[in-house]
Write a protein that binds this ligand. Structure first.
Ligand code: SF4
Length: 341
């Protein structure tokens, strides 16, 4: 029996696609680091606190314990980044405490939307089929932190970020052109179009354009954690059509590359995306650099990759192990947790 290959794309992997080789190695082939970076795991643990705080507004113990438990689950696997050594359990606990102390002011003027079953629109997972044939299924997946109503105004997607940047305005401005919020917005619009009678579509119906914003937790070794909210970002119809066009182009590239069974060319070494503006090197830098230096064959690069990384299916909905809903292959398509059936 031939097993159908499932490729799961999310906003992070779309970001990686500035070099299709990086995207392909991560998302399709499943190469990943052996451990988890402490800054990433800090973010996952802090998200858990945010999630539980929304569910338990009068209880500070549950959200802090949830964050600590999440941290402890993976503590032994953590890779401590030199530039983020301060992001440890103690810092996390203080950040969660401060978040809970300031909860009312952080959410001032916002109301998290309640679904028909009285649960809140937080941590909603989506899984949308973009392409399917006998051998391949390509899904767009993600988790929307919260969908909120601005008091007296529109509906917005609100996404939490933890960052070591302390330049608030500069940090937020990046999201005007970031694919992350557009991915979430596109997903909601897809459900509205394809499942017009679903609970999520009913909630959005007649509410006008959906806005997006970022809640930022600004982390520093020297300063206390600060919480800020970005302006509302609006993505117009043309911008969303452009997003869809690019998304479908990416799907075509995935299909073609899988069919040809080739290692994609090192696009990043042409367009400069091997190293970011902040000096962050692509995780495959050494493998690609070895190819350039030694004129290696794809087989040798794969050998370098196998010795440096592990291979595991890329499953964004299970990221951080915090999935509240077990989405199996069988019902993975068309899912938005607790919202559509
Ligand atoms: S090192 Fe450069 S060329 Fe290689 S996968 Fe990363 S971005 Fe692409």
């Amino acid at each position: 029996m031939i097993t159908k290959k499932i490729v799961r794309i999310d906003a992070s992997s779309i970001k990686d696609s500035s070099c299709f080789r990086r995207f392909y190695l991560t998302t399709v082939e499943g190469y990943c680091n052996r451990g988890i970076n402490n800054d990433i795991h800090y973010g996952t643990s802090f998200h858990k606190c945010v999630e539980e705080a929304a569910r338990n507004p009068n209880n500070k113990f549950i959200p802090i314990k949830a964050a600590m438990d999440t941290w402890n689950e993976k503590e032994s696997e953590l890779i401590i980044k030199d530039t983020a050594k301060f992001l440890d359990l103690t810092h996390l606990t203080f950040a969660c405490q401060r978040f809970l102390d300031q909860y009312d002011s952080i959410y001032e003027g916002l109301e998290i939307i309640t679904k028909s079953d009285n649960s809140l629109m937080i941590e909603d997972k989506f899984s949308i089929p973009l392409y399917e044939d006998n051998n391949l299924l390509i899904l767009l997946q993600g988790t929307i932190d919260s969908i909120v109503k601005i008091r007296g105004g529109c509906i917005c997607i609100g996404d939490w970020k933890t960052t070591r940047s302390y330049n608030f305005d500069e940090y937020f401005s990046v999201y005007k052109l970031s694919p992350q919020l557009k991915t979430y917005l596109w997903a909601l619009l897809w459900y509205k179009k394809n499942y017009p009678n679903s609970p999520i579509s009913n909630l959005l119906e007649g509410r006008g354009q959906i806005g997006c914003f970022i809640f930022g937790a600004f982390l520093s070794a020297k300063e206390i954690v600060k919480f800020k909210r970005s302006e509302i970002f609006w993505y117009g119809e043309d911008s969303m059509l452009e997003f869809e066009h690019n998304l479908l182009n990416l799907v075509s590239k995935i299909k073609d590359t899988i069919r040809q069974n080739i290692l994609p060319i090192a696009e990043g070494s042409f367009n400069g995306s091997c190293v970011s503006y902040t000096g962050y090197k692509c995780k495959f830098f050494n493998a690609c650099a070895a190819q350039t230096q030694l004129n290696s064959t794809p087989e040798i690069i794969k050998h370098v990759l196998s010795s440096s990384f592990i291979k595991r299916e890329y499953r964004p909905l299970e990221f951080g192990g915090g999935s509240k809903q077990n989405i199996t292959t069988k019902n993975e398509k068309n899912t938005i947790s607790n919202s559509t059936t």
